[in-house]
Ligand binder design. Structure first.
Ligand code: FE2
Length: 237
C-alpha cells in the first residue's frame, strides 16, 4: 500500500506521459513497485494557460486514462504542480488542491532564492494558508540553483515537504540535504515525479531501498502514513 505523491502520469497534458499507452505502462511499473495510490500532479504555469483551460484538459486526460483501467490499477488522485508566481493570488487556488483535501502542491521557480523573493513568497503563503496547506514539491531540487539555508528559510512557513525518489543516490548534495530533513522530521512525502518509462520512470523502490538501509523501514512507512493522512485531509502536525 504505497503512495506516490508526485507524478506526471496523466496522458498528453504536460511534459510527462505522451499518451494513454505510456500512462498505462507507468501505472504497471508503479504497481510492480507496490504503489497502490498515485497523485497526478501535472504542471500548471499561469503564464502559459488559464486555470479553466488546465482543469478542463486535466479532466479530459483523466477520463481517457480511467476508461482503460481495471480494478487492480493504482488509484489516481487529481492535483497539480503549481509554479509559484505572484499573480497566483488572483485565481481560485482551491481548485488545484489534491482530491477533496486542502493540500496544494507548489513548485518554486528555478532561480536563486533571494531575500526579496523569500519575503514575497512568504507573504503569498500567509494570504492562502487559512484555506490551503502548501506542499513544497521536491525540496532538494532547488539546491542546483540556491543554497540549503534559503530552502530552510522557505520551509519555516510550516509547509509540507515532498522529496523525489530519484534523488536517493549516495554522495550527492541532494541526498545529504534529504538525510538532514529526514533526521529532523522535516521531509514528509515521497514522490517519483515520473514523466515517462525511461529517463524519468516510476522509481519508488529506489527511495524505499535507500531509506530502509540508511534510516529504517519505519521511516519509509512514516512517509506512506503521511500520504494517507493527507489524502484523508487530516493534519500532519
Ligand atoms: Fe514534477
Amino acid at each position: 500500500m504505497y503512495y506516490d505523491f508526485h507524478s506526471h502520469i496523466l496522458p498528453a497534458i504536460d511534459d510527462g506521459s505522451e499518451n494513454v499507452g505510456m500512462s498505462l505502462k507507468m501505472l504497471e511499473m508503479e504497481k510492480a513497485a507496490g504503489v497502490t495510490t498515485v497523485v497526478a500532479t501535472p504542471h500548471f504555469y499561469l503564464s502559459q494557460q488559464s486555470q479553466s483551460e488546465f482543469l478542463e484538459k486535466r479532466q479530459e486526460a483523466y477520463e481517457k486514462l480511467s476508461a482503460e483501467l481495471d480494478e487492480s490499477a493504482p488509484r489516481i488522485y487529481l492535483g497539480a504542480e503549481v509554479l509559484y508566481t505572484p499573480s497566483l493570488s488572483e485565481i481560485d487556488l482551491k481548485k488545484f488542491c489534491i482530491g477533496d483535501t486542502r493540500y496544494m502542491m507548489i513548485e518554486l521557480p528555478y532561480q536563486k532564492l533571494t531575500g526579496s523573493f523569500t519575503r514575497s513568497f512568504k507573504s503569498f503563503l500567509n494570504e492562502i494558508t487559512h484555506e490551503i496547506t502548501p506542499v513544497l514539491a521536491h525540496a532538494e531540487r532547488y539546491l542546483s540553483f540556491t543554497d540549503a539555508d534559503s530552502i530552510y528559510e522557505i520551509m519555516e512557513s510550516e509547509m509540507i515537504v515532498q522529496v523525489n525518489c530519484g534523488s536517493f543516490k549516495p554522495f550527492t548534495s541532494q541526498i545529504k540535504f534529504i538525510n538532514e530533513l529526514i533526521t529532523h522530521g522535516e521531509a514528509h512525502l515521497l514522490g517519483t515525479d515520473c514523466h515517462n518509462v525511461t529517463s524519468r520512470k516510476p522509481n519508488m523502490d529506489m527511495a524505499k531501498k535507500y531509506i530502509e538501509k540508511k534510516h529504517s523501514p519505519d521511516v519509509f512507512m512514516e512517509f506512506m502514513d503521511n500520504a494517507k493522512r493527507i489524502l484523508e485531509n487530516k493534519s500532519l502536525f
